[in-house]
Every structure is written in C-alpha cells, then in structure tokens.
Design a protein around this ligand. Structure first.
Ligand code: AHR
Length: 508
C-alpha cells in the first residue's frame, strides 16, 4: 500500500547502549557564539560571571551532555595562555580563522564555569595548527594536574586550585582543510597527533583523545585521509572525528556554486549521513584488524548541523561579527530529526556527537540584547536528548519508497526507537519525509507491549520554509497531542506530510 508503513520493535533486539554523549554541542570563538551569545558581562540577563542566564536556561532544556570548545577553525591559531590571568591584561589579537578581533575575555576558566552552569562535560580541542605538542601538554597540565608544577600552580593562582579533570581532548581540528591555519597532509598530521597524544597522556594518563577525520565527504582526500590517520594513530586514540553539514540547496565545499533547491532530496539526506558513518566505521574496523588490536575506537561526530553558509558581517576586523547567523525552517528541523534517528541507528559506533554550534552561529538559539528565540531545530534536539535513553532498538521499518534526485529511492518513513530496561521507558521517533503524502503508520511491539503511550508530540506544517523569528518565536514548534491508544501490542497513527512525531511509552 502506497500510504501505509509498519514499524516493528522488540525491546530485546537492540543496536547498542546509547551513549548520552551523542547529545553534545560545540561552542567556538566565532561570530557571536561566545561574545554576546554566552558571555555578555554588563547585560541585565547575565549573572555575576557574565554568563547569559536566558541562554543557560535554553541550553539546559536541550540538555547537552558534552560541549566541545574552543574551536573549530579558531583553535588552530589559538594560544590558550592568552585566555588566563587578569582580564585587563589579556591580549587582543586578530583571530585569523573568522576574521575577527579576539579579546580573550572568555578563556579556559570562563568556559569551565559555563560548562558547570549548564551541567555539561567539557571536551577540549588543542591547537595542532600553529601550536606545538608541548603547548598541548602544557594545557593538560594546566587543566588537570594537582598543584605543585608550573602550570598547575598558575591555575591555582588564577583562582582554581582544584584540577578541572577534563577527560575528552580533540587533537586539532580539520587539519586537511585548505582553510585551516596550519593545514597538513594526512601523514604529517597523523604523526603530530600521535606525538601530541603521547605527551598529553604522559601528563594525564586518564584522558581520552580524538583524532581528526577528513573534514567533509566532498574533500578530495576523503576517505584516504581517514585510512592514513587511523592506520598510523590507532593505538593512541579513543575516538575518530567526523564532520557533516548539509542544507537545501546543498552547499559545495568551495561555496561558489549553488545547486537548485531540492526538498525531496534534502529530506532524504540521512542516507548520505549514514553512508559517511558506515565508511568511517569500516575504516576503523580495517585499521583494527590490520594491527590485530583488541582496542576499540569509536566515532566522535563532533560537528554536524544544517549549514547554509549565511554570510553576514561587513568583512572588517571586529569583535563578535554577525557572521553565519543561520535561520532554520521546518524542513531543517525534520532533517535534524532524521540525523538524530541516524545516531540512534548507529549507536554501536557513534559514541559522541556535537551539534555545531549552540548559540547565534549555525545554532538552535538566536540572541539579541533583550532576549532570545528558539529556532525550529531546537525542538527535535530537545525531544531526543531528553527522551532517548537506555538502548537503541533495531527497528524494522517497512514504508513506501519515494524517488529522489540525489539518493535514488528512499523510504518515506525515517524512524528510530529506544528502550531503557532500568526505567521501563521507551521512545519512538518518526519522520514522514513526504511533502504531500500522509502515512498511516502501524507501530507494533513484538515482545513486551507498553502499558501505555504516555505522551506524544508532533511538529509539522504545509510550508517547509516556515521558521521562527524574534517577531514570531512560536511559528513552528511541536504541539503535544493525545497519545494514540494501544490496541493489543500495537498503535496506529496517521503521520501528516512533512512531520516529525515523538511518542513516549511506559513498559512494566
Ligand atoms: O562549525 C563551523 C566550522 O566548520 C568549524 O570551525 C570548522 O571546524 C568547520 O569547518
């Protein structure tokens, strides 16, 4: 039947335990993310640390479990020592990555305070562009060692005697990109990453390290870069990073050529997302097998989002330029939901993921002096992050195939599900990708039927390009509806075209 789908779930048929760290974010010194977004001393909305409390409240709603910092491209020219000590003595510099002036008023201590306020785990990237392996190890010393050495004592002098204990460390960022400060070839990067990881681990053996994968599937070096880096660095890393952005129209790497708008293909873009993860998972397995290693390396999907590459700014060197302030719409929220579905479907290999980014630049939250509004993508993030827990289920989906230009025939329904045996809570996430066809969907639990479907939300609309703004903050938001009634082990519900639905279940 062309308008019907079935989803079969079995709480015993799992993909893997869900790592809560897949619900992560990324805060870069870029545009108005840090300055004016997170940090705005003097604002009536900021606390005594200068941190915007309305932003903190919105970020806590999303419930980010890990936060990558301080870049991104920014990190490849960043001197961390600029960001410590008395604020009036911190240097102003040109930040070359984003053509801006960096005041260094927000640095390591301010970030750790912010992470504490939003209750998230910090994930730190070291500079492997202009930075040395020694500077990377010094930063680990500064952040993590008990007092008694030069940099740990300096941390104490700067107000924090207790070690911060930062566990997750990215070995540079996108070092394959011609836009990167200090771009390198794969073999040179792999060797520098190994040497940095060695020193950083000698400083603190408890840390976990993440090596850079190639920065996009469109890069000419993809996936050779990945095979080379994994082949050389496998024993020294715990995670391998991947970055993936898309938009409608698809941006090209050069960003000069624009392809036509193609909503059907865009709504099916998790196909490409998934292929990317599968390729890197295979590269990891090959590297593991080649060295007969017992150790696992997982994917750290530490940059992902819809990115139109909105320009903005006037090109002058200024503080917090208004760049890359993307506006999101309904189709973006649906695409984000399908990508979050992908994370659950790949829960065995994807153990960390960071939305790039969190405030103002490429972000679910947009601020101005007197407040903020939540973009459409805010909502699927919040529903997944707060309700997907325990184990990802291997959902069997049968749905009509719809032809797309970029991805061929793709199922109209995109789905994922979770179940937590500890609490008996389940969640099902469904995206009807069609712009025109409703889908009668039959959900069936093969083993343990839920006692009830406890809550249900839906986000949908007729205009894929409708979004929110300061003037219309609630134009596209999910609405809660009466959960469908269980009939035996199943529920049936009609999913409207262009919709995202989240259902929560309670099992015995
Ligand atoms: O998230 C924006 C930028 O995208 C990051 O700085 C960089 O790593 C990537 O190219």
């Amino acid at each position: 039947d062309q308008n019907r789908a079935t989803v079969s779930l079995n709480t015993q048929r799992t993909v893997a335990e869900i790592s809560p760290l897949i619900f992560g974010g990324f805060a870069e010194h870029m545009g108005r993310c840090i300055y004016e977004g997170i940090y705005d001393p003097g604002s009536p909305l900021a606390d005594e640390n200068g941190i915007r409390q309305d932003v903190v409240a919105a970020l806590k709603e999303i419930n980010f479990r890990i936060m990558r910092y301080p870049g991104g491209n920014f990190v490849s020219g960043y001197r961390w020592t600029d960001g410590i000590g008395p604020k009036e003595q911190r240097p102003r510099r040109r930040a070359l990555a984003w053509r801006s002036i960096e005041t260094n008023q927000f640095g390591p201590h301010e970030f750790m305070e912010f992470a504490r306020e939003i209750k998230t785990e910090p994930m730190w990237a070291v500079n492997l562009g202009t930075g040395t392996i020694q500077e990377a190890a010094d930063l680990v010393e500064y952040m993590n060692l008990p007092t008694g050495t030069l940099y740990s004592d300096l941390r104490a002098k700067n107000g924090h005697p207790e070690p911060y204990g930062v566990k997750y460390w990215c070995l540079g960022n996108e070092m394959d990109g011609p836009w990167q400060i200090g771009q390198m070839d794969a073999a040179t990067y792999a060797e520098k990453a190994v040497q940095a990881a060695k020193l950083m681990r000698w400083m603190d053996p408890t840390i976990q390290t993440i090596a850079c994968g190639s920065s996009a599937t469109a890069m000419p070096g993809y996936p050779d870069w990945d095979l080379t880096v994994l082949g050389h660095a496998y024993d020294h890393i715990d995670y391998f990073s991947m970055h993936h952005y898309a938009a409608n129209p698809y941006p090209t790497i050069s960003n000069t050529e624009r392809l036509p708008i193609d909503t059907d293909s865009y709504l099916a873009s998790s196909v490409h997302f998934e292929e990317h993860a599968d390729t890197l998972a295979a590269a990891i397995r090959v590297s593991k097998a080649k060295r007969r290693s017992k150790k696992d390396v997982h994917l750290c999907w530490d940059e992902w989002n819809v990115w139109y590459r909105a320009k903005g700014g006037d090109g002058e060197w200024s503080e917090a330029p208004h760049i890359l302030e993307e506006e999101y719409n309904l189709e973006d929220a649906l695409v984000v939901a399908t990508w979050l579905n992908t994370f659950l479907r790949k829960a065995d290999i994807v153990k960390i993921a960071c939305l790039a980014q969190i405030v103002n630049v490429i972000a679910p939250i947009m601020t101005r002096k007197d407040g903020l509004f939540k973009q459409t993508i805010f909502y699927p993030l919040t529903l997944f992050s707060n309700h997907a827990s325990g184990y990802a289920l291997d959902a069997l989906v049968r749905a009509p195939l719809r032809e797309t230009n970029r991805h061929g025939p793709v199922p109209q329904l995109d789905a994922s599900a979770s179940f937590d045996p500890a609490t008996g809570k389940g969640a099902v996430f469904l995206v009807n990708r069609s712009q025109t066809q409703p889908l009668v969907t039959h959900l069936c639990w093969e083993d343990e039927a839920p006692q009830s479907v406890t809550r249900a939300w839906q986000m949908s609309g007729e205009d894929p390009f409708a979004g929110n703004s300061f003037e219309q903050p609630d134009n596209v938001v999910p609405y809660e509806f009466t959960p469908p009634r269980l009939e035996g082990r199943a529920v049936t519900l009609e999913l409207p075209p262009l919709s995202f639905t989240a259902l929560l279940t309670q099992h015995a």
